[in-house]
Write a protein that binds this ligand. Structure first.
Ligand code: IVH
Length: 727
């Protein structure tokens, strides 16, 4: 083969790769569109992931094929983006609002009077998120601006590019060469609830509603965080010189055909009755939507007529927003409880006479914090207004002062000592929340920390939930997190409601947690402000706990995304002798205290064994199982051979592995059996009598614990925690 032949072959290979890359991008774009815009998935997650991985690999091998619009770029980059302010090509106006049907009628009549001609009104949902303006040039998204002050907005293009329902590149046209698409970025309820649950676990400020969560997320400096938050977007208005039609409705149908996420909930109406029907229908039906809406927008359909009607200083005369009444009830305030969270935050919760609200009975509602309570000037027996509005958590929004007349009243004041341990409360500068500083002896803080330690995302110790933690603490068997490793099966089995079987299972789960990686141990320690992501960042920057303990405020703050607040909290935590003692106790118990730590050998049950891991697991991740195998002397091997000792098989084990295992007669071990192979020091002792009486696998507490309480919601995120048992 001469030189030129080589080049031909190389070029050939390159063009093949390019073709494949293009094909994969097309396929993934289509799949994104089917999933995020049409809500009709055409690929399984598995197929999608496989194509994405292939594309990522090919793009890595062929940097010359780089394309910023590639589906692989949707995951966001870690680069921080400060926001540049840029002028809007067309100003972003707001809409006139009304809560009254009479004013909708006025709008309709006024429009008829001003136009002297037939007209159509397009009714559509008013999405409750944050508005966005997208500029497309030659079918490519080139810019995304927030509303800002209406004249100029923040350039949030890098963040918007991670939203999968927003097309980066339009499929074939015909679309105008230049146009702007206006719409609303939303956080679906499901994503919002999950996000707040995660934040609650961290006692981080909760987002009051999906709107705040969406706008907060869009203003995140790290597009990777934005990508992880799973925002969605609906587009509702097209602007440009060469639009397909004079009709807004028709333009939106065209935009849908170009790949934009345009709602089906749109109706062209000719009469006021039709408009009202639409409003009444969606006032109820919106409760079944997966995202928040706060009203109906009415727009004159013809763009020519829109122009004719023109604008006031702030808003168009051709459109109006009818806002739904927030669902509100009035009930009597019986008392206020003060709930102490894991980090000591004290949240006031109103206890109410049960009242029906949006189909559920509400007995408690948040009062947010001391400042809010003071603003309301609450008194016992007050008639208070409760709203659910855009939030999932009821909140007190006001007091009926008239109902207070001629009644003896007692003012409610915020506590100044911890309701659980009596320690005087403190508040940090600039923070709304008061907290109990007695972190080492305040019972709900101790229990909260233990609950956090064993939780799924931390040490994933199964069979020890809120009730069991409460029971063990009240019996004096747990004082801090390290005591978990000193629990004994026979002692546990003696507890009322626990049998030997449950106790042994718990012991196995505790033993297995020794394999949990360092970054999750760090998260599990419950250091204030150190959530899952921060723990990962810290573990990357300080690969051993000793390095982290020794780190100065400056060294910590120098780490990407670790601000001074977190750095200070870490330094403070490690400067407490009691915490150092806990770390040492955990280290002695064999917990992972370093990334890629030299493996601490816990035992030899798997000594000399080669074990294959295959399938999907319920109790632990693959990495954890790998760590467990290594901690007990075994080796995790990749492929099945005659030498394989056994296969640890989860669900959906690969068919080829299964076939091979059967052919070679290799034993298949399921998750539960594997966990039962791990020694727990007490597991072999005699079961107690109680164990025989209580064969139940469920761990039953002797006494119910306090329901988890306290909630929060307001315009600004504030501290608090959600509680179940609301209804
Ligand atoms: S049209 C000039 N349509 O409501 C008219 N706005 O003040 C531009 N919104 O924050 C707005 N759903 O982001 C329009 N279907 C819809 C909408 C909608 C939500 C938001 C918009 C703005 C506010 C109006």
């Amino acid at each position: 083969m001469n030189k030129s032949d080589t080049k031909v072959v190389a070029n050939d290979g390159m063009s093949q790769a390019r073709e494949r890359i293009e094909a994969l991008r097309r396929q993934l774009r289509q799949a994104d569109y089917d999933y995020y815009v049409k809500s009709m998935p055409t690929l399984s997650d598995f197929e999608y992931d496989a194509l994405m991985r292939e594309l990522q690999q090919l793009e890595k091998e062929h940097p010359e094929c780089f394309d910023a619009d590639s589906p692989t770029m949707r995951v966001g980059s870690d680069l921080s983006t400060g926001f540049r302010q840029e002028a809007h090509h067309y100003p972003m106006l707001s809409l006139g609002n009304t809560y009254s049907e009479a004013e909708v009628q006025d709008f309709f009549n006024r429009t008829a009077k001003l136009l002297h001609d037939d007209f159509e009104i397009v009714c559509e949902l008013k999405f409750d998120g944050t508005s966005i303006s997208l500029t497309y040039e030659h079918g490519r998204l080139v810019k995304a601006l927030t509303r800002g002050d209406g004249q100029k907005g923040d350039n949030v293009t890098a963040n918007v590019r991670t939203i999968r329902s927003i097309p980066l590149q339009l499929p074939d046209g015909p679309w105008p060469d230049f146009f702007e698409m206006r719409g609303e970025v939303l956080m679906p309820w499901e994503v919002f609830e999950l996000l707040n649950r995660e934040r609650e676990e961290q006692e981080e400020a909760l987002f009051a509603n999906p709107r705040n969560a969406a706008s907060g997320t869009l203003k995140q400096l790290n597009p990777k965080v934005v990508a992880s938050r799973k925002l969605d977007a609906y587009l509702y208005y097209l602007l440009g010189d060469k639009l397909p039609s004079d009709g807004h409705y028709e333009n939106m149908q065209a935009a849908r055909s170009w790949g934009f996420h345009v709602s089906d909930a749109m109706r062209k109406c000719r009469t006021l009755d039709e408009v009202m029907d639409f409003i009444h229908y969606w006032d109820t039906a919106r409760r079944n939507l997966p995202f928040a809406t706060d009203g109906i927008v009415l727009k004159v359909n013809s763009l020519r007529q829109q122009e004719e009607l023109g604008y006031t200083a702030k808003s168009p005369r051709w459109a109006i927003a009818y806002k739904f009444q927030a669902e509100r009830a009035c009930t009597c305030l019986r008392s206020v409880s003060f709930q102490v969270g894991r980090q000591g935050t004290v949240t006031p919760v109103a206890n109410l006479d049960p009242v029906q609200l949006s189909g559920t009975v509400v007995k408690r509602a948040t009062l947010h914090n001391a400042d809010f309570m003071k603003q309301l000037d609450l008194h016992l027996g007050d008639m208070v207004y409760v709203e659910k509005g855009g939030e999932i958590i009821p909140k007190i929004v006001g007091v009926d002062l008239d109902a207070r007349i001629n009644r003896p009243i007692e003012k409610i004041v915020f506590v100044d000592v911890c309701p659980e341990c009596g320690t005087p409360l403190v508040r940090e500068d600039g923070e709304a929340a008061w907290y109990c500083p007695n972190m080492d002896a305040c019972p709900p803080q101790i229990e909260g920390r233990i609950e956090h330690f064993v939780s799924r995302k931390a040490m994933a110790i199964e069979g020890i939930g809120e009730e069991i933690v409460h029971l063990l603490c009240s019996k004096g068997m747990l004082h801090d997190i390290s005591d978990i490793y000193r629990l004994k099966a026979d002692e546990l089995a003696l507890l009322e409601g626990l049998g030997m079987k449950s106790a042994e299972k718990l012991m196995q789960s505790i033993a297995a947690s020794r394999g949990v990686p360092y970054e999750r141990v760090l998260f599990a320690l419950g250091i204030r402000y150190v959530g899952e992501t921060t723990a990962k960042k810290l573990a990357e920057a300080f690969p051993t706990i000793d390095a982290l303990m020794d780190a100065s405020l400056e060294q910590l703050s120098a780490v990407d995304e670790i601000g001074e607040r977190i750095a200070r909290s870490v330094v403070e935590w490690f400067s407490d002798a009691a915490h150092l003692a806990i770390v040492e106790a955990l280290r002695a118990e064999g917990l992972q205290m370093a990334s890629n730590a030299e493996k601490v050998l816990r035992g030899d049950v798997f000594a000399g064994m080669g074990i294959v891991i295959s399938g999907v697991f319920n109790h632990h991740t693959r990495d954890e199982y790998k760590a467990m195998i290594e901690a007990y002397g075994g080796k995790n091997v990749a492929s099945v051979s005659a030498k394989t000792s056994f296969i640890l098989a989860g669900e959906n084990m690969g068919p080829s592995k299964l076939e091979k295992a059967q052919a070679l007669g290799v034993r298949i071990v399921d998750e539960e059996t594997f966990l039962s192979m791990l020694p727990s020091e007490q597991a072999n002792e005699q079961p107690s009598e109680q164990a025989n009486e209580q064969p139940s696998e469920e761990l039953q507490p002797t006494q119910p614990t306090q329901p988890k309480q306290a909630v929060q919601a307001s315009e600004q995120p504030v501290m608090g925690s959600l509680f179940d048992g609301f209804e």
